[in-house]
Design a protein. Sequence first.
Length: 194
Amino acid sequence: MVIRLYLIYELFRNNAELNRRDVSFFIYLPDRLPYRYTRNSEVKKGYKHQYSLQESSKYGEYIALLDKILIKYHGTHPVHNVNELRLLAEKFPNNIKLYTAEKNGRIEAGTVLFLQTGVVHTQYLANSDEGKKTGALDCLLDWLITDVYKDKNWFDFGMSCEQEGCYLNEGLAAQKEGFGARAVVHDFYRIELI
């Protein structure tokens, strides 16, 4: 922490300009906070619906679901297309994994995880309309947090900001906080180099 504060001080001394601030959410797994009541209810609902929770290789079906959701709610597409994501996962099989919640052979929710020593980072969280009604993503995330990656140090949900940090997606932030995640701020500075 001292080094980071010193760096911020040096940025100030060199006329660096803060030009973006994002909020990211994480869980410190060795000392997790309890889930909020509503999140716990959604987790229980998901388990009640008996989703098949698993590591998956169905990148095509998953990206199709994710793309549909991103277009519907944000008017955008995933950064990676299915071929790029599949290629990355093949090149880094120990670091990039897809996990899904399926019912009757159909993906209702999922996430791509980026794994590093001690850290699990979620990317591309997706939940179908049916999955939202039945807690699919909630039980999948609970399973990843409490079972699959319980021995890691950090479970990182990633950013909850849009529009270059100017807009906080409060619903997304609340979902992450519901799992006991807490916020950390990422600052972006611009400095003129001579």
